[in-house]
Design a protein around this ligand. Structure first.
Ligand code: ZN
Length: 271
């Protein structure tokens, strides 16, 4: 599933091909995505010039004077830049052709992705207005996490993955950040000291920034290929390593389910 680093890597990969370009044609082959693709989308986008390619949480936003095109990759979606004439494959649901002869193509086998049109201020839309701060912004830090955690009995990992608290900390990155910060994922969010939240916020930022940077090395793949995850299996300390030895203390890692998500931690290194 594309997580925040992959979506940001996608944004950086497609941006240079889109900026300053005018939309020449829009082809919707499959309107039944997570929400129906608006029938008016081709007319709304035709002739519009792309001035910005933005991201909020895992949504990609292309703002225009009359409204904003909002794209989401769902569980299995990807965006690529192709030559406008490239024949579509089975799961290529949407093409946005540009005056450059290239096109932006949305591919999504499981169809949990989205292509929406939001009139006016997209950030006031219910999908976006209730979201927590961006993890790499100044608004997100340990003091913020500590204050938001007051009175919360939910496990800290569930709390950290709540998009109303902070956006974009998916399961991989929550497991890794809690390992790096030495915090047990099942500890109640409201019972963790401020100092430990300072460490946790720093680790969330460090790990996400690193994943985005690694994703950046595969930017060329956005032309004619698929994006790759920003993180590589061999770099992970916790996620996907249940039953394997801790890379720090060699203790066998414990795997449990929290909020129905696989959760791995070291009972020695994380308290
Ligand atoms: Zn350990």
């Amino acid at each position: 599933m594309p997580e925040l680093p992959e979506v940001e890597t996608t944004r950086r990969g497609i941006e240079p091909h889109l900026l300053g370009r005018t939309i020449a044609a829009v082809t919707v082959r499959q309107p039944k995505l997570r929400w129906p693709v608006p029938a008016a989308l081709p007319q709304l986008l035709m002739g519009q010039r792309i001035e910005r390619v933005e991201r909020r949480a895992k949504y990609l936003l292309l703002p225009f004077p009359a409204g904003t095109l909002v794209l989401h990759l769902g569980m299995s979606g990807s965006l690529r830049i192709i030559s406008a004439g490239e024949p579509p494959m089975a799961h290529d649901h949407l093409d946005i052709a540009l005056d450059s002869g290239q096109a932006l193509r949305l591919t999504d086998p499981r169809r949990f992705g989205a292509a929406l049109w939001m009139e006016g201020d997209a950030f006031a839309h219910p999908l976006l207005s209730a979201l927590g701060p961006e993890p790499l912004s100044e608004a997100f830090d340990g003091d913020y996490l500590f204050e938001r955690a007051r009175g919360r009995s939910a496990p800290v990992k569930t709390f950290l993955m709540d998009g109303h608290v902070v956006v974009g900390v998916g399961n991989i990155y929550a497991n890794e950040a809690l390992f790096a910060a030495g915090i047990r994922p099942d500890r109640a969010a409201g019972r963790i000291a401020r100092e430990r939240y300072l460490r946790l916020a720093d680790e969330v930022k460090r790990i996400l920034a690193y994943a985005i940077q690694r994703g950046g090395t595969t930017l060329r793949d956005f032309v004619g290929g698929d994006g790759k995850p920003g993180y590589f299996q061999q770099e992970l300390f916790a996620y996907g390593r249940g039953g394997e030895p801790c890379k720090v203390c060699r203790t066998e890692l414990t795997e449990v389910r929290l909020g129905q998500r696989s959760t791995v931690y070291c009972r020695i290194c994380q308290r």
